[in-house]
Design a protein around this ligand. Structure first.
Ligand code: BTN
Length: 319
């Protein structure tokens, strides 16, 4: 999408975001374009998942109040990071791959056309509803020590939410952020580029904030919005608090290792002492969740003893 088009779409969202009806002609005058073109832009916003009401004789209005993220303000609040806020992108993880990678570069999008979840799933990413971001993190840790990284990212998110008075959020190994069994968000960690002089890690996070039901028919899991836990919660505040907390936790992880987070993990481990199944290809192993080891591997208590399970292509289900 051209920058010019993006700016036109942002201008419409800002105009309609004031909560009043605007006629097609008024929008056209405001943007200096034709009414027919406004109609096309409105269609495009609807295709991106934005709820726009259209009432004959009155014009257009947003179904819900929409506050776009403010890149400049985020940059001021997170000085150590290089903020790249986009209205539309394919996937923020993709944007950090190869040449796009830089340590502490934070790519944020209001919409992802090809958002990806773990195990090849699609991540539904409607416009201006949730948080979608990826952080570039260069580390000297060897790849074998990164097993606990997604858990540490999850813990930083839980702690940031707690700071914002959202409590009771739990983690389902290895990458789900949940509340009473419903998914609030997920973490997708990928490695990028050549490994000389340290690993290039991409930490991608999607967090549901106020996503409408209209766009979620394809989501297989039971999900929920952060807004249900704290009404009116600001996406921007949540984002900034998480990135701050993540900086602290990543430093601790790199310097002191995952074992220093074991107690914290146990407090929010949704599977602890629960009957679970591990599914790996055609094989299913049943057992009971017994926490994680000092490398972040899931511990499954089976009839034949304790079995450590490593993330990758495995799926964990609560029974
Ligand atoms: C999962 O639970 O399966 C992980 C979901 C991760 C989604 C985020 S949204 C931002 C970043 N960009 C992507 O394409 N995916 C991650």
């Amino acid at each position: 999408m051209s920058l010019h088009k993006e700016q036109q779409l942002i201008a419409i969202i800002q105009l309609l975001g004031q909560g009043e009806f605007y006629s097609g002609q008024a929008i056209a005058d405001n943007l200096g374009v034709s009414r027919a073109y406004v109609w096309k832009l409105i269609q495009q916003l609807q295709d991106l998942g934005l709820g726009i009401q259209s009432v004959t004789g009155k014009g257009y209005r947003l179904e819900h109040l929409v506050e776009l993220l403010d890149g400049q303000e985020i940059q001021q609040l997170l000085m150590a990071h290089d903020i790249d806020l986009r209205l539309v992108t394919d996937s923020t993880n993709e944007a950090l791959k190869g040449e796009g990678f830089a340590h502490n570069r934070l790519v944020i999008a209001e919409y992802q056309s090809a958002g990806r979840g773990r195990r090849g799933r699609r991540w539904v990413s409607p416009l201006a509803s949730n948080l979608y971001w990826s952080l570039g993190w260069k580390t000297q840790l060897p790849v074998q020590q990164l097993g606990g990284l997604s858990l540490v990212v999850g813990l930083a998110i839980v702690e940031a939410l707690r700071q914002l008075e959202v409590t009771g959020v739990e983690l389902k190994w290895p990458n789900d952020i949940r509340f009473q069994g419903r998914k609030l968000g997920g973490i997708l960690i990928e490695l990028s580029g050549d490994m000389v002089g340290g690993l290039q890690v991409i930490i991608g996070v999607g967090l549901n904030v106020h996503m409408s039901d209209r766009v979620t028919e394809t989501i297989e899991q039971d999900w929920m919005n952060l807004q249900e836990l704290k009404s009116g919660i600001s996406r921007q505040e949540v984002l900034v608090e998480i990135i701050r907390q993540l900086g602290v936790y990543l430093e601790q992880f790199e310097k002191q290792g995952f074992h220093t987070f074991l107690d914290e993990w146990q407090k929010v481990d949704e599977c602890y002492n629960q009957k679970v199944s591990i599914i790996q290809g055609d094989e299913t192993i049943n057992g009971c969740g017994a926490g994680v080891d000092e490398n972040g591997a899931f511990l499954l208590q089976t009839g034949k003893g304790m079995k450590p399970v490593y993330a990758g292509e495995v799926s964990l289900r609560l029974r």
